[in-house]
Design a protein around this ligand. Sequence first.
Ligand code: AMP
Length: 249
Amino acid sequence: MRILVPVKRVVDYNVKIRVKADGSGVDTANVKMSMNPFDEIACEQAIRLKEAGHAEEIVAVSIGEAKCQETLRTALAMGADRGIHVEAPADVQPLAVAKMLRAIVGREQPGLVVMGKQAIDDDSNQTGQMLAALLGWAQATFISKLELADGRAVVAREVDEGLERIEVTLPAVLTVDLRLNEPRYASLPNIMKAKKKPIDVLTPGDLGVDPAPRLLYLKVEEPPRRQAGVKLGSVDELVTKLKQDAGVI
Ligand code: AMP
């Protein structure tokens, strides 16, 4: 079986986000970019499935600007076998990403697509669900446990009420949650080896998809600044303040 792992290049989760002065988006100039953390977990899971003998090949896909190839190299250094870069604008939206992934699934015929539950830049949480719908495949989202056997995946899903256990038949789209695993760091020899692994470059046109945005961002704003706190001398003072200043009791 082949596993497809879509990996997105996003602003690193440690970076303090700055909004552009004109409110048109987030400033990404000279900002550290990394693989979306949920996609690292997806990549790790695909590698573990290969190590356990469930898969022969892992193909990582990234859609976006030329620098997405750095993200693909990270996936290759972790253990993916080859990469596909779809050279497109940086801000391709989930429906267009899902359509491109559908076309790549058509070419590559994977038995599983393992991807992040959401990208931490736009927090859309849409691409996996859209891809499964476009393909007519089963989907299991927010998974925190996975077992494969007899052409089926048994997963635990993280839902509001706790954990939900479901079984889906393959081929399927799985979207991973934080607790599924702890991704490995790529070793230096593997980083060197990854430089020689192949990356195919495609365009949205090759996949028959128009990458133009369907949604228009009106304005991006910083959240209001938090007010400074005050230290109070006694519980009585606190009660008075809650009554008189805050008006909450
Ligand atoms: P989203 O629906 O945008 O929150 O993204 C969910 C998942 O879809 C991500 O964790 C990735 O696995 C995949 N994905 C979204 N955008 C891209 C992209 N431009 N390139 C590759 N994978 C992507």
